[in-house]
Design a protein around this ligand. Structure first.
Ligand code: ARG
Length: 566
């Protein structure tokens, strides 16, 4: 039930000659101050059509307005303030949530069309950075959001597994590498070899040529080069998978850059056919001055293709393979130029679907200043960050609930959940630095606080011997107190929250919904005697259960687990 929609329809009876239903809907606002009712409608926009001043218009509308859902309508100057029938609205919302459970808010609007989401996409033989973590969790949450809107997400891990750096890496491995060491600790070893190669370059400039030679061999399919490359890739992927497993994230495709090697000719041919390739210092470029952009470098003098060439091939491939409604690229803001160029080249190729490509940028994050960043030769793996968070979660559990049975498992859910939630709770464009001690806290605006609130709701139900599976979905659970009403309104806003999270590609909107609901619930719990006997007790318990369900769904969308006890 969308009460805003219903009020809009009721208003439309009087206003349809002047405003469309959708316009009325958009004008209805939720007043910040609850003294102004549950919905407010401003009349300024109607002044012209009615040739009256807004205050008079508001008075006219109020006189003739009627709605089953409104118990009181007050005029405040040019505004109309609607007070909803709390009993009716709460009964209908709770009934809906309790019946649909995790399906609550599921929309069909996307008609199962595909949304391709390029996410995570770390580089082989290098540690996964905090940026890749952000891309992973933001991408995953966006996938859950669009799925909830009725689209079909396609999660793509566009691995950075091709490029001239692999020629340098093979050179370094051939000169100084140790197979055993690489097997034992692949990413760390390979990354160090790569760094060492660059350190040696000053003294031995001939290394550059060797690197180029090995990359040429790799591109020509030389057996030794290919085997080494494949081995590096596999070992790296194994380590990345450890992180993905802990995050509970999987992909629909792990076609990385190398996958597009044999699809380059098509791109080059198309560009030639459309007469877009221009020679510039013996390289092939597409000029983009019409877009106020530097030329896109498509092919080097020696025939080597580039990052953007592979992205062009990938875009064409995805378009064909998925016929996507939208293609999202969850990649840091340092690649803004790259994606502008990509879209501009596609536009020059006259592919109008480039408009459906969106670069989902995000800000930089760091932990404890530089502590967790990758220093020269000394790699701090993302796994260590997660381990430290889990350790702190275990500390909190030992303090608060020492007899908890499956402590280790819950600590993992809470620690990892804290990192993921924190990553998603801010506007994704913001840069931020954080400290693990602050975010693995059961109080404050944290993931563990949301998890804890839900666990608390479940424990209240248990104390009341409330059987959630034998729950009567046909009963009418009406509540009219202000604390319940705040909760009802938040649950009721879920559809709009999802719609906005999708429109703005912003998981933080979901995280904020979870935090607000958790806060509203804790206010409710400290002000309302939930377990007191009386006619409303069943309804209050139904509300408690509803909060648990709603928080669980918010967390699921964010990719955060919800332990029943903690
Ligand atoms: N591997 C790249 C990096 O780490 C990110 C790739 C993003 N996806 C893409 N289709 N370009 O910077």
């Amino acid at each position: 039930m969308d009460y805003k929609q219903i009020i809009a329809e009721d208003l439309s009876n009087q206003l349809k000659e002047h405003l469309s239903l959708n316009e009325i809907y958009q004008l209805l606002e939720q007043p910040k101050n609850t003294d102004h009712g549950d919905l407010a409608f401003p009349t300024f926009q109607l002044a012209k059509a009615f040739r009256k001043n807004p205050v008079e218009i508001a008075g006219d509308i109020a006189k003739d307005f009627s709605s089953d859902l409104v118990t009181e309508l007050k005029q405040a100057g040019p505004y109309l303030n609607f007070y909803l029938d709390k009993e009716k609205v709460s009964a209908s919302i709770l009934q809906e949530l309790l019946t649909e459970k995790s399906n609550f808010g599921q929309s069909e609007i996307g008609e199962y069309k595909k949304v391709a989401i390029d996410m995570s996409s770390p580089n082989i033989a290098k540690p996964m950075s905090m940026g890749h973590l952000r891309s992973t969790v933001i991408g995953n949450s966006l996938a859950n959001i669009v799925a909830k809107r009725g689209y079909q997400p396609v999660k793509i891990n566009h691995l950075g597994d091709w490029g001239t750096q692999f020629g340098r890496l093979i050179t370094a491995y051939k000169l100084w590498g140790d197979e055993e060491k690489v097997r034992a600790n692949p990413i760390k070893e390979l990354n160090e070899l790569y760094i060492y190669f660059h350190e040696q370059l000053d003294e031995k400039p001939e290394l550059e040529e060797q690197g180029r030679e090995w990359f040429r061999k790799l591109e020509d399919g030389d057996q030794e080069a290919t085997e080494l490359w494949r081995w590096f890739r596999e070992e790296s992927l194994k380590e990345f998978n450890k992180v993905y497993e802990r995050l509970g994230i999987s992909f629909d495709s792990t076609n990385g850059e190398a996958f597009f090697n044999d699809k380059m000719d098509e791109v080059i041919d198309l560009l030639k056919e459309k007469e877009l390739l221009v020679e510039d210092q013996s390289a092939q470029v597409v000029l983009l001055e019409d877009y106020d952009l530097q030329p896109a470098l498509i092919m080097k003098q020696d025939g080597a293709t580039l990052y953007i060439t592979r992205d062009l091939a990938a875009a064409l491939y995805r378009r064909r393979e998925y016929d996507f409604e939208e293609a999202l690229y969850v990649v840091g803001q340092d690649q803004i130029l790259h994606f502008r160029q990509l879209k501009a080249v596609l536009d020059k190729m006259e592919y109008d679907w480039q408009e459906d490509i969106h670069h989902i940028i995000f800000g930089l994050i760091s932990i404890d200043g530089a502590k967790m960043s990758t220093r020269r030769g000394k790699v701090v793996l993302l796994e260590d960050v997660l381990d430290e968070a889990v350790e702190r979660a275990l500390g909190q559990i030992n303090e608060k609930n020492p007899t908890l049975e499956n402590k280790e498992q819950v600590a993992e859910q809470v620690g990892v959940g804290a990192v993921v939630f924190h990553d998603l709770q801010h506007d994704r464009r913001n840069d931020f630095n954080f400290n693990l001690d602050d975010i693995v806290q059961f109080e404050g605006e944290t993931g563990p606080y949301v998890q804890y609130t839900r666990a608390r709701a479940l424990s209240i139900l248990e104390r009341a011997d409330f059987n959630t599976s034998a729950f009567k979905t046909d009963a009418s659970y009406a509540l009219t107190d202000d604390y319940s009403w705040e909760i009802i309104k938040l649950i009721q806003s879920f559809d709009r929250v999802l719609e906005r999270a999708h429109r703005e590609y912003e998981p933080s909107i979901i995280a904020k919904h979870a935090l607000q609901l958790a806060q509203a619930f804790n206010r409710f719990y400290s002000n309302v005697r939930v377990l007191d006997e009386g006619p409303e007790k069943e309804s209050r318990l139904a509300l408690v259960y509803s909060v648990a369900l709603m928080l669980e769904e918010d967390l699921r969308i964010l990719g955060v687990e919800a332990p029943d006890e903690m």
